[in-house]
Design a protein around this ligand. Structure first.
Ligand code: GRF
Length: 215
């Protein structure tokens, strides 16, 4: 199967992007990262992408009069790269229903909680405040509502008695770096498909669990 062409959108440090770039180095990985784009020129991940030899571009939101104009430019940039799939990886801007529908079922996101719990920001502090004992991250297909859409996979981590938001975030982030490459792989192999607004995954094995548990 030909490698699928993927664009990654970031806003900051880009550690999930780096995990996807690393996975895509393997010759048998089913995706090729053809573009990294950021909505901020100073997004640190842009340098990481350049160093990895991947085309990287910044579209400064401040340079556009409206969200529509910004998204139009973003859409053109992604299409020009030949990407057929977009992965949001710490992209901190809400995309319009128009954009998400244009990329329907071809737009993936990673969120740092076990959705549908803790949509939105500050997920780790809110998980601690709620006293949950299990927390984690989710890779899902994007729908217009925030942090909503069919779930491809999740990774769970324990919440420990003395956790701070930073300590918990670091544990979740390690899980994110494993989960996103796995989910993108299944998606690109056409093994994770949306059926009646749920993701159905074919050929699961012990090697590819879609819920990763604490090790
Ligand atoms: C991650 O925790 C991701 O789940 C969330 O934003 C953070 C981005 O981190 N959407 P990074 O830029 O990938 O390091």
């Amino acid at each position: 199967m030909a490698r699928r062409r993927v664009a990654i959108l970031i806003s900051g440090r880009g550690s999930n992007m780096a995990a996807l770039l690393e996975a895509a180095k393997a010759p048998d990985y089913p995706a090729e990262i053809v573009l990294v784009a950021a909505d901020k020129p100073d997004a640190a991940g842009l340098k990481t992408a350049e160093q990895a030899g991947v085309p990287a571009a910044a579209l400064d939101r401040k340079g556009y009069d409206s969200r529509e104009a910004f998204e139009e430019a973003l859409d053109s940039l992604v299409r020009a790269s030949g990407a057929e799939i977009i992965c949001l990886a710490g992209f901190m801007r809400l995309l319009s229903a128009d954009f998400t529908e244009r990329w329907r079922d071809r737009l993936l996101n990673i969120h740092p909680s076990l959705l549908p719990s803790f949509k939105g920001l500050d997920t780790h502090a809110r998980a601690l405040a709620a006293g949950v004992k299990l927390h984690g991250c989710t890779v899902h297909i994007v729908r217009p509502a925030m942090d909503d859409g069919p779930i491809i996979g999740q990774a769970a981590v324990p919440v420990l008695a003395d956790d701070t938001p930073d300590a918990l975030a670091a544990r979740v982030l390690t899980a994110e770096h494993r989960l996103y490459p796995l989910c993108l792989k299944l998606y690109c192999q056409d093994r994770a498909r949306v059926v009646e607004e749920r993701v159905r995954v074919d050929g699961l094995s012990a090697e590819t669990p879609l819920l990763m548990w604490p090790e």
